[in-house]
Design a protein. Sequence first.
Length: 594
Amino acid sequence: MAPPRSNVSQPGRALAALFIAIAALAGLMFWQGQIKPKLALDLAGGTSVTLTAVTEKGKTPPSNQMTQAVEIMRNRVNGLGVSEAEVAKQGTNVIVVQVPGQGQSRVVGLIGTTAKLQFRQVFAETAAGPVAAPAPTPTKSGKATTSPSPGASATPTAKASASAATPSATPKGRALSQALTAPTPTPSATAKPSATPSQAATPGPAATPAPATSAPAATTEEKAAVKLFQEADCSKKNTKLPGANDDKRQWVAVCDQNGTAKYLLGPVRVQGQQIGSASAQPPNVQQGQVAWSVSMNFKKQGADQFYNVTKDAYAAYQKDPSSPQRQVAIVLDGQVVSAPEITRGAIGGGNAQIDGPPESFTQQYATDLANVLNYGALPLEFKQSAIESVSPTLGRDQLNAGLIAGAIGLALVVLYCLMYYRGLGFVAIFSLVIAGLITYLSVVLLGQFINFRLSLAGIAGLIVAIGITADSFVVYFERLRDEVREGRSLRSAVERGWERARRTILVADAVSFLAALVLYIVSIGTVRGFAFTLGLTTLIDVVVVFLFTKPMVTGLSRMRFFSQGHRMSGLDPRRLGAKKAAYTSTGTTLTKEA
C-alpha cells in the first residue's frame, strides 16, 4: 500500500508538527519553573525510616502480615506519586522505607500510619479535660452505672455538628447512665439499606466488629473505660488513650484529634476494610461545604453494617433528640476524627462522606486520607525506630562513570553513522539529537506532574535507548539502499523503502515496549525506573522516526546532492553495487541514463 500523498509531497507538515510539539513542551517546562529532572534517592539523597512492628509481649509478627504490610506501604507510596521509593523488609519485624528528595516527612509519616478505621456509636461525650464524676457501680444486670451528680442537668451533652461546637465542661450524669445501662449493640449485616442519601461524616480508622462479651468481662471492661473516660486529659491534639485502637474492646474511651472533646464509645460496628473506594472531593459551595471531604463507597457487607449503625443512631435520636447515641464516631488510629449526628434517617446505599473544618480538612489532608483508605489498614502497628538522611555521594560517582560510558557509546554511534552512511548519517545524528531533546523535556515534565525521579537505573534505560533509536535508522536506511541497488530513483526508493521498513520498526519497538511494560509490572525498586525510561524512550523513538527521520529523508531526496547519488551522500548506486547501470557520471554530476 502506497503511503499517503501528503506524507510524500509535503514532509514539511510532519516536521512543523514535531517542532511545534517540542516548543509546547519546552514552554510548559519553563512555565512550571523546573528545568532540571528530579533525581531519585541514589542521586539526590533523601530520607530513610526504619519501622519496627509492635506486637504483644514483643512476639515475632507473622511473616504473611509483614509481607502484606510491605505491599500496602508500597501501594501508599505509589498512590502519592512518589517514584523510586524503596520499601523492603529486613529481618522478621523491621521494614525500611527510603524516600528520595528532601522534606519528605509527610510521605514518611503516611507510609507508617496504621490507618485503622472504625465506626462506633457514641454513648457519652464531654469536654477534653479530666472531670470529677461519680465512680461507676455495677448493677444487678451486670452493667456498670453512675449516679447523677447533684444539680446535674437531665440533658446529655452532645455535639451540634460533625466537627465544630465545643462540648460543655462537665459530663452529664444521665449521659453516662444511658451509656452504661443501654444494651450493647451487636453489628448486623443483613438489614436492608434504605434509599436515604448519604450524610456527611469525618475520617476514622478500620476495625473489626466484635461480639458482645460475657457479663463479668464486660463489667470489668466497662468500669475501666468509664474510669479512663472520666480521668483522661484529651486537651492536647492527637492524644491517644490506651486501648482506643483495639477493635476487640466493646467499650473504649477515645479523644478527638483536635483536643476539644472525649468520647465513650460502644463496639465497632463497621471496619475500615469494608470500604471499597475512597476519593478526595473539593468543597461544594452550593451545599454549604467550605472544606475538602472524602467520599467513601462501602462493600456490600460494609454497606449493610453502616446502615444498621445509622439506623440505631437515628432510633436513639427519635427517642431522645439530645441523646449522645444519635452520633456515630469515626475513629482513625485511636482518635475520633468526627462524630456526625444521624438526624435524617438511616443511611443506605453504601455511600458516606467524611468532612471537617477547613483548617484541618485541606486538599492535602483529604487526598492523603483517601489514599490510605483505598489501600487499607496495615495489619500491624509500627513505630519509627530511626530516621536518617541518605547521602547521594556514592550515586553521584556512579552517575559520572555512567555518563562517561554513555558519551563514549554515543560517540561511537555517531562515528559509525558518518563512516558508513556518510551524508545520510547526519540524518541519524540529528534524529538522535531530537530524540534526546524530547526525552529530556519529558523526564522534566513527568517529574512535575507525576513526581517521576531519575535514578541510576533510569539513566541506564536512557543509554540503552540510544541503541534502540539507532536501530530504527539502520532498518530504514538499509531498506532505502536496497531499493537503490534495485536501480530505482531515490524518490521512489525513499517511499518504497519506508513502506517495507516501517512495519519492521513498529514490530521491533512494540516488542521492546512490551518487554519494558512487563518488567515494570513485575519488578520493584530501581528496576522499575529502568523499565519506565526504556518504555518512554521506545515511544519517543516511534515519534522521531515517523515525524523527523522519514520526512527529513523525503526532503533530502529532492536535493541534487542526494538525488543524483553523490559519492559522499551514502546513496551512490555504484558504491552500493546496483544491479544495473542506472546512472552515468559526467564530472561531478550524475545524470540518469535513458
